[in-house]
Design a binder for this molecule. Structure first.
Ligand code: GLY
Ligand code: MN
Ligand code: MN
Length: 248
């Protein structure tokens, strides 16, 4: 028996990109369980509370929903802090008119979910409405672009084009999304064309986030994120949480 060793690249990563039926069922259930978490977060967004108190409530709700743990450190970024895409949560006290980015997820049977909603402490400014509407429109354009055969870079472009049209192209400084699975950030990367990331044609069974944002230093920011599954004809949005800037 003669064995020959051949160098390979990214074999495990490639196998993980397409989820099997069992994995899809788990990811769908994980996404579904984020709804009550989001609703309890919305209730906490009031003038006078701190980012950290909202984050603590989210983390408790993640466990109440049956998740093993958060998928990553919960983000509650209020007012000017919302302009920092990688901010986590601090001692800032929420004020009237703040825009607040809530970004969290839970791990269920080893699989990660990831959701962002941006809500306001009433009354939101006209600028808050404008930026929120633009990001939501960009997100929907990207969701509508998802179907087998379309490249990851085309999905990114769909979002970017909308933000460009709203004069917010420069404010969108990160990729549109990332694969979800055993890791919260895995393949495929949904980005603009980059030298280090080859565009990937979408295939049924891929699960990734769609999370455009617009960040205006000193003012704040808006990000909206859902998890999608590529299906034979388009996509299924796995997360289902209202988008309103002022939740009911
Ligand atoms: N905060 C992690 C993510 O949305 O990718
Ligand atoms: Mn997220
Ligand atoms: Mn994400």
């Amino acid at each position: 028996l003669a064995l020959t060793l051949r160098p390979t690249e990214r074999v495990v990563e490639q196998a993980r990109v397409i989820k099997d039926d069992g994995e899809v069922a788990t990811l769908r259930e994980a996404a579904r369980r984020l709804t009550p978490v989001a609703l309890s977060a919305f209730e906490m967004v009031r003038a006078g509370t701190t980012e950290r108190a909202v984050a603590a409530r989210i983390d408790a709700a993640i466990r109440e929903a049956g998740f093993e743990r958060p998928s990553f450190d919960t983000i509650v970024a209020s007012g000017p802090n919302a302009a920092l895409p990688h901010y986590r949560a601090g001692d800032r006290v929420l004020e009237r008119g703040d825009v607040v980015v809530l970004d969290f997820g839970g791990v269920l049977d080893g699989y990660c979910s990831d959701l962002t909603r941006t809500v306001a402490v009433a009354p939101p400014s006209a600028e808050a409405h404008r930026v929120h509407q633009a990001v939501r429109e960009a997100q929907q354009a990207a969701i509508d672009a998802v179907r087998p055969g379309i490249a990851t870079t085309d999905v990114d472009r769909a979002a970017r084009r909308v933000l460009d049209a709203h004069g917010l192209g420069e404010a969108f400084g990160h990729g549109t999304g990332h694969g979800l699975g055993l890791d919260v950030h895995e393949e495929p990367r949904v980005t603009r064309p980059r030298a280090d990331v080859a565009p990937v044609p979408l295939e049924p069974g891929m699960v990734f986030t769609i999370e455009p944002g617009a960040y205006l230093p000193g003012w704040g920011g808006v990000r909206i994120e859902d998890d999608v599954l590529v299906t034979a004809r388009g996509c299924e949005v796995l997360t289902s949480v209202p988008y309103a800037l002022i939740p009911d």
